[in-house]
Design a protein around this ligand. Structure first.
Ligand code: SAH
Ligand code: SF4
Length: 333
């Protein structure tokens, strides 16, 4: 059944509809995605950022964090750990860090693919010249995650000074055309965001036919201009997630780390019950992880936590056979 914009807004407005909505999302997830939870091993390879998003602790003007950049050798090592753990996908995420030249990133991608041919490579490195996305694809990248953040152009421009929504959308369309599996997504609870905007976010992702949608609550960071703003609401975030599942049907929807940060005990379990089918265990080493402070009190979600969450939710992790992982691990990059 199709959902109209006004029906979506009604669901978003009314927490009493929640249980029924979660059930419907869970059924849709079961029908289109089955019971397995897909795992994506996350490497946060640089916290250097040339942009100044009001919400994010990695913003250029935050002088309080120590910046780091991983080199090719380090990235390959952590990709090897992900392959060895039997995880089928690596996500390489960073600030918008232009110091990684096109050729450097291409070299890293192709080296990962050579060493671990069964590993899908997802990039999440922000906005770059369009030609870069093509070059990354030709080097073997499979997917690109670029959250559109908010579909409201005015709010987008306020939150991301110097950036504009039209460009974000154009990049997402280009990624699609270039043959990537494309991920978009939204931050729920940005100051000034309306329910209409969130409904627009869901419909935007539908029109883009996204393969993934990252939906997480806003969490303030103490060294940003939004430090005194309240965090996004857990219930509202889960309603957006559930509605995204009902509308997007077979898209991959992570139960985000931001959900775990909002409610450490059950945030992600609730997410898995409200339509999510993906978790992203973090493989960034502790030293760097501490500096990758997009928001405060970011919860560490590693492989152990992920497997526990999946078991508690009564679902099955999607892992390569350990034997295959061991053989792959022996291949030297
Ligand atoms: N620089 C890249 C990728 C790294 S940021 C980019 O911006 O696309 C990854 C994601 O973190 C962003 O897409 C944004 O949605 C999320 N994020 C940043 N600050 C946040 C905050 N305070 N609360 C919740 N999510 C946040
Ligand atoms: Fe940089 Fe991404 Fe954070 Fe914006 S959200 S400041 S682009 S890391």
């Amino acid at each position: 059944m199709k959902m109209t914009r006004s029906q979506i807004i009604e669901y978003l407005r009314d927490p009493r509809s929640e249980k029924g909505l979660w059930k419907r999302a869970d059924e849709t997830r079961g029908k289109y995605c089955g019971n397995t939870v897909h795992l994506r091993g996350l490497i946060e390879f640089s916290n250097v950022c040339s942009r100044n998003c009001l919400y994010c602790g990695l913003r250029r003007d935050n002088r309080k964090i120590k910046r780091y950049r991983m080199d090719r050798r380090q990235i390959l090592r952590f990709a090897g750990e992900i392959a060895a753990a039997g995880i089928p996908t690596v996500i390489l995420q960073s600030g918008d860090d232009p110091s990684y030249r096109t050729g450097t990133l291409c070299g890293i991608i192709s080296a990962i693919k050579r060493a671990y041919p069964f590993l899908a490579v997802t990039l999440s490195a922000g906005e770059r010249p369009l030609a870069d996305y093509r070059a990354f694809k030709e080097s073997g990248a499979d997917r690109y995650l670029l959250k559109h953040e908010t579909v409201n152009p005015g709010l987008y421009a306020r939150m991301r000074p110097g950036c504009d929504f039209k460009r974000r959308r154009a990049i997402l369309e280009y990624l699609r055309k270039t043959g990537y599996e494309v991920g978009a997504g939204t931050i729920v609870g940005l100051p000034g965001q309306r329910l209409e905007d969130l409904a627009g976010d869901i419909l935007f992702m539908k029109s883009l036919k996204v393969d993934m949608a990252g939906i997480g609550p806003f969490i303030p960071h103490k060294d940003t201009p939004l430090k005194s703003c309240p965090p996004g609401d857990l219930g509202l975030t889960l309603r957006v997630l559930a509605l995204a599942r009902v509308v997007l049907k077979d898209a991959n929807l992570p139960a985000t780390t931001a959900l775990a940060t909002l409610d450490g005990r059950k945030g992600q379990i609730l997410g898995l019950g409200a339509g999510a089918n993906v978790l992203m265990p973090n493989f960034t080493p502790a030293l760097y992880r501490k500096q990758y402070t997009i928001y405060n009190r970011k919860k560490f979600v590693g492989m152990r936590e992920v497997l526990k969450t999946i078991a508690l939710a009564g679902r099955i992790p999607d892992l390569n056979t350990p034997g295959a992982a061991l053989i792959l691990h022996r291949v030297q990059p």
